[in-house]
Design a binder for this molecule. Structure first.
Ligand code: NAD
Length: 287
């Protein structure tokens, strides 16, 4: 049976460290602050925002929530972001995606000051990640790397297959694996021979959004299997992109869903917020 990569446990360890850092920053007069903006009534988004607020409270990060109605205009949202960009109590600004269709997501991401972009979605931060010179790492891929590091698995020279090429997960994930000197293949919806490609992998990262797409037949003996997927099934239970039982029989290590990558994503968001506050503190506390 595979080793279970316990994201809940590691996330707790990271949050405990951040709590200590937050106390030190607060003593210096700089309590880290996160503003979370949610527009409309997406129930999944509501759950994510609540988890982020809970994590802030646990660590001692000051948080502000802006729950805006579905019919909020793009202009109103951009004005709020501009106000938060200038607010020195706020070190991180997070706009929960997806946004309602009438709001241009790109314009919103571009409006967030790169220094407060704790999701690392702004093109400036994306570019910095590409060249390996960054302040913030994107939360989900960074969480995956931390989980792999913690288990002592060395990525150098490993054959890694990332399934999914989104700007939020797949693409930055591939870049972080490359920075670890892995050999990286990205699969996506147009990949012809997914099973064959995945079978070559020493490390598989599934970020697709299709319940149990990856099964044990596609996994090489001794591979590391990371499941980013979070799919709500008809009976309201949560399933990953990986068929856990069949993959766990062949894998060396595997993440569960829930309790794997999910808690790590939130811990990394907290880490970015504390880092932003720490950078503001060393600049003299003013953004
Ligand atoms: P997305 O819809 O933006 O991207 C999905 C990707 O999968 C696309 O690049 C597409 O080309 C690829 N794809 C679709 N069908 C495929 C197939 N049959 N074979 C191979 N590739 C295929 O999704 P996303 O935002 O990257 O999220 C992916 C999953 O990860 C979702 O389930 C999402 O809920 C989850 N997620 C989890 C966390 C977390 O913290 N655990 C964070 C972000 C996203």
């Amino acid at each position: 049976m595979a080793i279970i990569l316990d994201g809940k446990k590691l996330a707790q360890k990271i949050k405990d460290n951040l709590k200590a850092q937050t106390i030190r920053l607060t003593e210096k007069g700089k309590t880290p602050g996160l503003a979370v903006i949610i527009v409309g009534n997406n129930s999944a988004s509501r759950i994510y925002v609540n988890s982020k607020k809970r994590a802030c409270a646990e660590i001692g990060i000051y948080s502000e929530e802006y729950a805006l109605p579905e019919d909020t205009s793009e202009k109103e949202l951009l004005e709020l972001i501009e106000k938060l960009n200038k607010n020195s109590d706020i070190d991180g600004i997070l706009v929960q995606l997806p946004l309602p269709g009438h709001i241009d997501e790109k314009a919103v991401i571009n409006a967030i000051s790169p220094g407060k972009d704790v999701d690392a979605f702004h093109p400036v931060n994306v570019g910095k990640i590409m060249i390996g010179d960054y302040d913030f790492l994107p939360c989900t891929p960074a969480g995956v790397i931390e989980l792999i590091n913690e288990s002592g698995i060395d990525l150098e020279g490993k054959e890694c297959v990332v399934i999914g090429r989104s700007n939020i997960v797949g693409k930055p994930m591939s870049m972080l694996l490359l920075h670890k000197n892995a050999t990286v293949t990205i699969c996506h919806s147009k990949t012809v021979n997914l099973a064959e490609t995945v079978r070559r992998a020493d490390v598989v990262v599934a970020a697709v959004g299709r319940a149990q797409l990856i099964n044990g037949d596609m996994i090489k003996e001794g591979a590391v299997v990371i499941d980013v997927g979070m799919n709500r099934l008809e009976d309201n239970t949560l399933a990953g992109d990986v068929h856990f039982e069949s993959c766990a029989k062949k894998a060396y290590a595997i993440t569960p869903v829930p309790g794997g990558v999910g808690p790590m994503t939130i811990a990394m968001l907290m880490k970015n917020t504390v880092k932003s506050a720490s950078l503001a503190c060393s600049r003299g506390g003013v953004e």
